[in-house]
Write a protein that binds this ligand. Structure first.
Ligand code: P53
Length: 479
């Protein structure tokens, strides 16, 4: 026996990277809409450059995405053709509450997702819902300063209460915040934060962290109260930190990086902040404004499972290192000389996937759910010989084969409990990091380029048939 029966095979998307239709159906503007493609993107998404609306000098890919808002029936049918057991998607907060602080939800937004979930169910696909995937209504940023402000906890509670009530029985798997540790790397995406001149970044980030953690614990409580069948998880941008060498200073650097990145999951999985975090906050004079009620809700509402994205491991070195650094990723580290890299400079490390899962399972002893993994690569559309087009993406198949094989070893040999595996972007979508369309992850090619040209037509790549076979054989046949 290899993969468990009922293993949740599938794929994962995020609203802002695929839906488009940013101003339709009563949707309000969100932080993710105003993140431009091109050279200013990193400065905007990391909160260094303020961009509170559209300007004529930039291209904003989220406005249209791959127009899944109008194509979801066709796209979900393609997922079903591959045999998906689950489809991970995210809710656009500003479709439900256009301003974030509205007294009543927007029925058109609620109806949109209800129809989408029903469409999944008609295909026997279990929806797996990320409540927020990098999105925050612009009004909450302009009026309250985003997740800096404690008030967002209440608006989030209003959002989740609405979702859990409306979709009761239709959705059972929920993630509270996508890659919660992204606050440290891309604060505009992670928490709707654009820094003010002179603002103490670290202090602001930690306050936002605390507010999201408390909001997440409330969501876990509310979700369980409304439907005890709900399974609610946290979500980590994962990838173990390797020490660059066995020099104790390098090992210590890796330990510090690990402690920091996992500290938020520590809270969500164990119910309290780790000692090293509390000491660090005290030493730096950062006051989280923790109340007695916060402490209780965190302690009593830990998550049911740990979900995470995995693309790569990271390598840490002491500050005085002369090792070359990596570029082009939200995580800055040094280059691992033993690993090959993708076209976007991300280290490829299937064994690191196994190492990462073991580390998380050892630490938390909770079921894992892999909700993102995959290779972003350039694809070339070529005639398929039957009058249509395809992509011969053997490089993508190779990447996925090695990772699924490592996943199998982790389950069968290491005894780690893993509920499922969803690849990132089963259909090509806008890259979160770069804003490009040309960084493609999909089994399904979408005809659209980095400037917004193209028919938006969908084509099956070679990997489409391969993944279909993997699912049909429950991971037995990876050839
Ligand atoms: P892209 C890095 C940078 C931004 C978001 O990333 C990231 C990461 C990797 O940890 O996280 C996730 O599109 C995220 C997705 C994103 C995916 O990685 O830059 O949850 O939204 O698309 C892949 O190649």
């Amino acid at each position: 026996m290899a993969f468990p029966e009922n293993f949740l095979w599938g794929g994962a998307t995020a609203a802002n990277q695929c839906e488009g239709a940013y101003d339709e159906g009563g949707r309000g503007l969100a932080n993710v809409d105003v993140a431009p493609a091109g050279k200013d993107r990193l400065a905007v998404v990391s909160g260094e450059k303020k961009m509170m609306g559209f300007d004529p000098n930039h291209y904003y890919p989220a406005k249209t995405g791959i127009d899944m808002y109008h194509h979801y029936r066709e796209d979900i049918a393609l997922f079903a053709e591959m045999g998906f057991k689950t489809y991970r998607l995210s809710i656009a907060w500003s479709r439900i509450f256009p301003n974030g602080d509205d007294a009543e939800p927007n029925e058109e937004g609620l109806a949109f997702y209800e129809d989408l979930f029903r469409c999944c169910r008609e295909h026997n696909i279990e929806p797996l819902v990320t409540i927020t995937h990098f999105d925050c209504p612009m009004h909450l940023i302009e009026q309250y300063g985003g997740w800096r402000n404690r008030k967002l906890i209440d608006f989030y509670k209003r959002l989740v209460t609405t979702l859990f009530s409306r979709y009761k029985g239709l959705v059972h798997y929920w993630l509270t915040f996508n890659e919660i540790n992204m606050i440290f790397h891309l604060p505009w995406m992670g928490a709707g934060i654009a820094f003010e001149p002179g603002e103490d970044h670290e202090s602001t980030e930690w306050k936002a962290v605390h507010h999201e953690l408390v909001a997440s614990a409330w969501a876990t409580k509310i979700g369980h109260d409304i439907d005890p069948e709900n399974k609610i998880g946290c979500m980590l941008a994962a990838g173990s930190f390797y020490p660059y060498s066995c020099r104790p200073e390098d090992v210590r650097a890796a330990q510090l990086d690990t402690q920091r990145e996992l500290s938020l999951i520590d809270v969500q999985a164990r119910g309290h902040y780790p000692a090293h975090t509390l000491r660090m906050l005290e030493r730096k004079g950062i006051d989280l404004g923790m109340t007695e009620e916060d402490r209780e809700v965190l302690a009593e509402n830990t998550v049911d499972f740990i979900s995470f994205s995995y693309y790569s491991t990271r390598t840490s070195a002491a500050p005085d290192t002369d090792a070359p650094r990596t570029q082009g990723n939200a995580f800055n580290g040094v280059k691992n000389p033993y690993l090959e890299q993708s076209q976007w400079g991300w280290a490829i490390d299937p064994l690191g996937f196994r190492i990462t899962m073991n580390e998380l399972y050892d630490r938390y002893e909770k079921p894992l759910l892999v909700v993102e993994n995959g290779l972003g690569a350039k694809d070339e559309l070529v005639p398929d010989g039957n009058g249509s087009y395809t992509v011969n993406d053997d490089y993508r198949i190779d990447y996925l084969r090695k990772h699924i094989s490592a996943l199998r070893d982790t389950i069968t040999e290491d005894g780690v409990e893993v509920w499922g595996y969803t690849t990132w972007g089963p259909i090509d979508l806008v890259s979160a990091g770069s804003g490009q369309m040309s960084k493609r992850y999909g089994f399904i090619y979408v005809d659209r380029d980095d400037e917004g040209n193209g028919t938006l037509k969908r084509y099956r790549k070679k990997s489409f048939g391969w993944y279909k076979k993997v699912i049909a054989t429950n991971g037995e046949d990876l050839a």
